[in-house]
Design a protein around this ligand. Structure first.
Ligand code: SF4
Length: 510
């Protein structure tokens, strides 16, 4: 089961449509710049930000190196605290477990805390097929759900919507899901928030089952942590009788001391706040307080395959702060939907293909959804070198190689559509290895330069759809060098056709 949404085209096709949407681009430009500027101020307040960032990366790396140990410790702690732990190897198994648990309660409705893991596995759709309605309670997720839409940002899932659009969605759709929007609802933020509050309050008070994700899990005590801004999550975590949390296995941290590092890194990087307005923690069950039943579903779904990849494993450090989205020039123009999964932006470009084992055309296109400018790496609070992983994944797309897929070491074939690129690169490599051929080719290109087409034919057409073919200069660099420095000048670096004596007699010695 793919992490990507059903029927999504490769990134360039989706981006071609979204980049033409001026309203979307305007919304994104305004929102990402605002968050970006606020974040810069919040981070600048901490003199030891760089040390914190290093600590965050090191804690994550250490935990991932001993993930088996910490997960077993977590399971023992959760069980000792009265919870039940379930292991899900993939999305299908996770959905089956959650559906069974909800059925066992006899309920037909659940309330949900914002959770990317449940979006990743398509839990709402799986529950709907079983006749169970799942209600999103995060304001932005509610807008997305009522609009029959997909999230387009990690932190602000409805970032692509402006206030007028949200008012229209509330007016048209709220009544179908529960309490309708008040008469004469305007697009004033306070009125929109009040409409959502009234609508959701009903859901909270009636719900017997809550479903959540978690930002972190503390192995030493079996504690789960959710950070949020609205308090709706806390209602879901405390009011229902049964709580089911679906969490990726990489979210474990060994101790509370380790958690302390991330509770400083995450709010400043995501919402530009010194601390999150609501930090909810829970450990198993407690008599007469909160849910009486607690189930933790530990989700793999491609994470151990990712962990097996020496370069790609750093992706699992991600704490989903969304800082990389807000600085990415590609995300700002293409928007989140073009990435075709719950994980948009630079993190989506490396996480989705790895979780999916690069199985779809969309997966193979995502590592190219970047200019490799490196801004995402600079921003990342856990120092994930996203450009390094992008280049690594591009190599896998073009060359194939070995990778771990569903726990098995597998030979991966190159993705379709890259044969011409591979052939062109081999030809270039051979030519650069044979300077006489290169020199002859340069001379020929200079003479024929006026005949060069502006657009390339065949497989090269896609490249020139968005670029001009570079003009061939009348004189090559080597000829310019020889003309301006004289025939006795030393050869420019790498020119093995021209000897130090300027005779041009030295031959390629390879
Ligand atoms: S990759 Fe880094 S910057 Fe991007 S969401 Fe993850 S932690 Fe945040």
């Amino acid at each position: 089961m793919s992490v990507t949404y059903l029927g999504m085209p490769p990134f360039p096709e989706a981006a071609e449509t979204s980049t033409r949407d001026e309203r979307l681009r305007g919304n994104l430009r305004h929102a990402t710049r605002t968050i970006r500027n606020k974040r810069a101020g919040a981070v600048a307040e901490l003199a030891d930000w760089s040390a914190l960032r290093t600590a965050g990366a090191q804690v994550k790396d250490r935990t991932l190196r001993h993930l088996d140990h910490y997960l077993e410790q977590l399971e023992a702690s959760v069980t000792a605290a009265g919870g039940t732990v379930h292991w899900a190897v993939d999305a299908r198994e996770a959905n089956q477990i959650v559906t069974r648990l909800v059925r066992e309660t006899g309920e037909r409705e659940v309330v949900k805390v914002k959770s990317m893991a449940t979006q990743e596995i398509g839990l709402n759709e799986a529950l709907a097929r079983a006749g169970i309605s799942a209600y999103e309670t995060d304001l932005a997720e509610l807008i997305v759900q009522l609009g029959d839409d997909h999230p387009s940002h990690i932190l602000v899932p409805a970032i692509h919507r402006n206030r007028g659009e949200i008012r229209d969605i509330f007016r048209k759709r709220m009544g179908r899901w529960g309490r309708p929007a008040p008469e004469g609802l305007s697009d004033r933020p306070a009125e929109l928030a009040e409409a959502a509050r009234l609508h959701l309050r009903e859901k909270f008070l009636n719900a017997k089952v809550g479903i959540s994700g978690a930002n972190f899990m503390v192995a030493e005590s079996g504690t789960l942590v959710v950070v949020e801004s609205e308090g709706n999550g806390r209602m879901c975590l405390t009011l229902p009788e049964t709580l089911i949390s679906v969490v990726g296995i990489e979210k474990v941290v060994p101790t509370w001391r380790d958690l302390e590092v991330f509770l400083q890194l995450l709010p400043r990087s995501s919402t530009a706040e010194r601390m999150n307005p609501y930090t909810s923690t829970w450990t198993g069950t407690t008599d007469s307080d909160g849910p009486r039943d607690f189930h933790l579903v530990l989700l793999d779904n491609g994470r151990t395959d990712t962990l097996a990849d020496r370069v790609g494993r750093q992706t699992l450090r991600c704490i989903r702060c969304s800082a990389c989205l807000n600085v990415c020039p590609v995300y700002e123009r293409a928007g989140g939907h073009a990435y075709g999964s719950p994980y948009p932006g630079p993190i989506g470009a490396i996480l989705t293909p790895q979780l999916d084992s690069m199985e779809t055309g969309l997966d193979a296109s995502l590592p190219y959804a970047s200019s490799l400018c490196g801004a995402c790496y600079e921003m990342c609070p856990v120092a994930i070198d996203i450009p390094e992983v992008l280049v690594h994944l591009r190599e896998r797309v073009v060359q194939g190689g070995t990778a771990t897929v569903r726990g098995q070491r597998t030979t991966v074939r190159p993705a379709k559509g890259h044969a011409a690129e591979r052939a062109a690169m081999r030809a270039a490599s051979w030519t650069f290895d044979h300077p006489r051929v290169l020199r002859t080719g340069e001379g020929f290109a200079a003479r024929a330069r006026r005949l060069m087409p502006r657009r390339l034919p065949g497989p090269g057409r896609a490249w020139t759809d968005t670029r001009d073919v570079p003009q061939v200069p009348a004189e090559s660099f080597r000829d310019w060098w020889r003309r301006t420095r004289g025939p006795s000048a030393s050869a420019p670096a790498g020119d093995s056709t021209t000897g130090a004596d300027g005779t041009g007699q030295r031959e390629d010695t390879r």
